[in-house]
Design a protein around this ligand. Structure first.
Ligand code: FDA
Length: 405
């Protein structure tokens, strides 16, 4: 026994840091190949974000997944992994485990029961494959096993002892939900081994408004409307929710991924009809009716009243000229707001940015300059839209790395 062996508490072929969606998928895949796999997580329980996903029903993937649904400095990086382990592969796995699911709007697939079925499935796969889970374990230091960067593996000093491994996988996720165990540890580790990190920021996050806009919006808090929101050439047509701090709901979370501080967003409150036509028709057929009443049928009374007051359109339909009707239509279909910021990591679903894909192989997820080191899931600079895309990236990237670690 060498001196190093004498102080080693565990030796593995693969150590995965993070027992979340990507880490568990990678672990089972590698262990089925006969690799000795240890997953280390500092949290007392695995998969906290899987449990929180989809409001407890886990929107585990989407029927239609394409590169269009992802943001990154290089979105094309994700193509290979998403093809190798696609949404259909995950659906097949879920079906094999008897998980009942249903499709909601925009191809989103949710559990009929609860998110825990997805986590249980992954833990069962890990158990069948022989993965060892070390929870409640802090990692204090990581270093190359050898003095030089000679691909001889890594040594980890943890609160549970010293572990040596040939392959090390960063699966520590992003910075959202700090109370559920999120840390920047993965980014720091990546930097330690010379990998670049694209500055992380909150994604899929509610937007806050400037005081003058908030004065109007906070009174509408709790009301949701179908809208189209656009910024810088991107548009999403889904529900928007007024809140005490600003705007939320699926449409807002989607656009938040593309919004940059200082930019305006444009809200079309009538995305599915020709508002000018509707207004002219109402003037012809119901001239004595107030504009607020005409719009209330689509917007709710409170929203219609608040916005007509804000823009000074408080009169009967007969009193409006063609030019004013055009002005009204523009106000309601191109409402420009400049958010003051976002609600931050506490309310965000994902983290934009992360470990630079330029440092990784898109086929194996291995670091080009640090052989034996891999990065998967949300820790990497690949961020999906709302709708099951982020978990699909976790499954796909985890599976791909699992084939090579
Ligand atoms: P994940 O965050 O799942 O796992 C990372 C693990 O690393 C955690 O267990 C953490 O404890 C551990 N870790 C972190 N630092 C560590 C350290 N220093 N030492 C040891 N361990 C460490 N996506 C989707 O597609 N559909 C959905 O319905 C939802 N819903 C949703 C709701 C909410 C509230 C949130 C916050 C997020 C979502 N998401 C989602 C996003 C999705 O949950 C997320 O993208 C994936 O869980 C990412 O998987 P990872 O395995 O990369 O990280």
């Amino acid at each position: 026994m060498s001196e190093t062996d004498a102080v080693v508490d565990a030796a593995a072929d693969v150590v995965i840091i993070g027992a979340g969606a990507a880490g568990l998928m990678c672990a089972a895949t590698a262990a089925y190949r006969g690799r000795k796999v240890v997953v280390i997580d500092h949290a007392p329980k695995p998969g906290r974000k899987i449990l929180a996903a989809g409001g407890g029903r886990c929107n585990f993937t989407n029927r239609d997944v394409s590169i269009e649904n992802y943001l990154s400095q290089n979105p094309h990086f994700a193509i290979s992994a998403l093809k190798r382990f696609s949404q259909y592969d995950f659906i097949e796995l879920a079906e094999r485990h008897g998980i009942d699911y249903k499709e909601r709007e925009l191809g989103q697939l949710f559990c009929v029961g609860s998110s825990s079925e997805i986590l249980d499935m992954l833990l069962t796969e890990c158990e069948w494959a022989g993965v060892e889970l070390k929870l409640d374990t802090r990692i204090e230091k990581v270093a190359y096993l050898g003095e030089e960067s000679d691909n001889s593996g890594f040594t980890l000093e943890t609160s549970g002892g010293k572990v040596v491994t040939t392959s090390l996988v960063i699966a520590t996720g992003g910075l959202t939900l700090p109370e559920a165990g999120a840390t920047p540890f993965g980014y720091e580790l990546a930097k330690q081994f010379g990998l670049g990190v694209v500055a992380p920021t909150p994604g899929l996050v509610p937007l806050t408004l400037q005081p003058h806009d908030l004065k109007v919006v906070e009174k509408l808090s709790g009301i949701a409307l179908r809208v189209e929101i656009a910024t810088e050439g991107r548009a999403f047509r889904e529900n928007m929710l007024f809140t005490h701090r600003g705007l939320s709901g699926p449409a807002v979370l989607q656009i938040s991924n593309y919004w940059k501080p200082g930019q305006a967003i444009t809200v079309n409150l009538f995305p599915d009809l020709d508002l000018l036509e509707l207004l002219k028709d109402a003037r012809d057929k119901r001239p004595k009716v107030e504009l607020t009443a005409v719009l209330a049928a689509h917007l709710t009374k409170r929203v219609s009243h608040a916005l007509c007051k804000l823009w000074g359109f408080e009169d009967t339909m007969a009193s409006f000229s063609n030019d004013t009707l055009e002005e009204i239509a523009i106000s309601f279909t191109a409402w420009r707001l400049t958010p003051s910021g976002t609600e931050g990591y506490r309310k965000a679903e994902v983290t934009l940015g992360g470990i630079d894909t330029a440092a990784l192989s898109s086929k194996t997820m291995e670091a080009k300059k640090a052989p034996g080191l891999y990065a998967i899931g949300e820790a990497v600079d690949i961020t999906g839209w709302l709708g099951g895309y982020n978990l699909q990236w976790a499954w796909s990237s985890g599976y791909c790395a699992g084939l090579f670690v």
